[in-house]
Design a protein around this ligand. Structure first.
Ligand code: SAH
Ligand code: MG
Length: 228
């Protein structure tokens, strides 16, 4: 099973298998969510199990009671995240496609998380603006994973929706940044995060189908440099 690479150095595949088996094994609810997505012909673009576990660990680190997810798909990452919530905690997840939301709701119910998770259907930017206008309680953690062209907008709105000290995370922050031309949404989002006076940020490479990464940003209690 642990076949060495031609150079004898461990491979990324081995690293992923090791981490997945030891830290991020899927139970029936998670593997069932993936199967349900496949049957409904949803695209196979959920986070990997090790990235799902990373999201969960970060939610624990933020002592998250309120989580916002942008981009639900079949509910796979929502299940990883919602499992970090304490009793009475809440995850709101935004999804533009009715059929994706329906699949997600079913898997979330099967994972017995229906009481903690609310799937809202609509365009994320509009739903996030409505939350700001409606004085939605701040979130401890916001996870961005919807339309990559809209990432800069998501980041700006997420900043306003996150409590000081809270976390803003964005999936797929590396693959497109390395492949893409200047100016795509992911590149601009990373640039905003890197330069933002109110955020401390880094992209963490993650193992999945290829090279990609998770943007991890902390909303600083006091912005750098004092002003702004
Ligand atoms: N977070 C999920 C994967 C999300 S895939 C997981 O890892 O399990 C991206 C999802 O964002 C898709 O379901 C897509 O329909 C949705 N999406 C795309 N554009 C959107 C928009 N403008 N507003 C809300 N959701 C959007
Ligand atoms: Mg993604």
């Amino acid at each position: 099973m642990r076949k060495p690479s031609p150079t004898g150095a461990p491979t990324w595949k081995q690293a992923q298998t090791y981490i997945d088996q030891l830290f991020a094994a899927e139970d029936r609810a998670l593997s069932g969510a993936l199967r349900r997505m496949e049957r409904a012909q949803l695209p196979p673009i959920s986070v990997s199990s090790s990235e799902g576990k990373l999201l969960q660990v970060l939610a624990h680190a933020a002592a998250a009671r309120r989580i916002l997810e942008v981009g639900t798909l079949g509910g796979y990452s929502a299940i990883w995240l919602a499992r970090a919530l304490p009793r009475g905690g809440k995850l709101i997840t935004l999804e533009i496609a009715e059929d994706h939301a329906a699949v997600a709701r079913k898997s979330i119910r099967r994972a017995r998380l229906g009481g903690r998770v609310e799937v809202r259907v609509g365009p994320a930017l509009r739903l996030m603006r409505q939350m700001i206008d409606g004085d939605e309680q701040p979130f401890d953690l916001v996870f961005l994973d919807a339309d990559k062209d809209e990432y800069p907008g998501y980041l700006r709105l997420a900043y306003r929706l996150t409590r000081p000290g809270g976390l803003i995370l964005a999936d797929n922050a590396l693959g497109r940044a390395l492949r893409g031309r200047d100016g795509n949404g992911v590149i601009r989002c990373n640039q905003i995060a890197a330069r933002h006076q109110g955020l401390s940020s880094v992209v963490v490479p993650v193992l999945g189908k290829g090279i990609d990464g998770l943007l991890v940003s902390v909303k600083l209690p006091r912005p750098k440099g004092g002003s702004r």
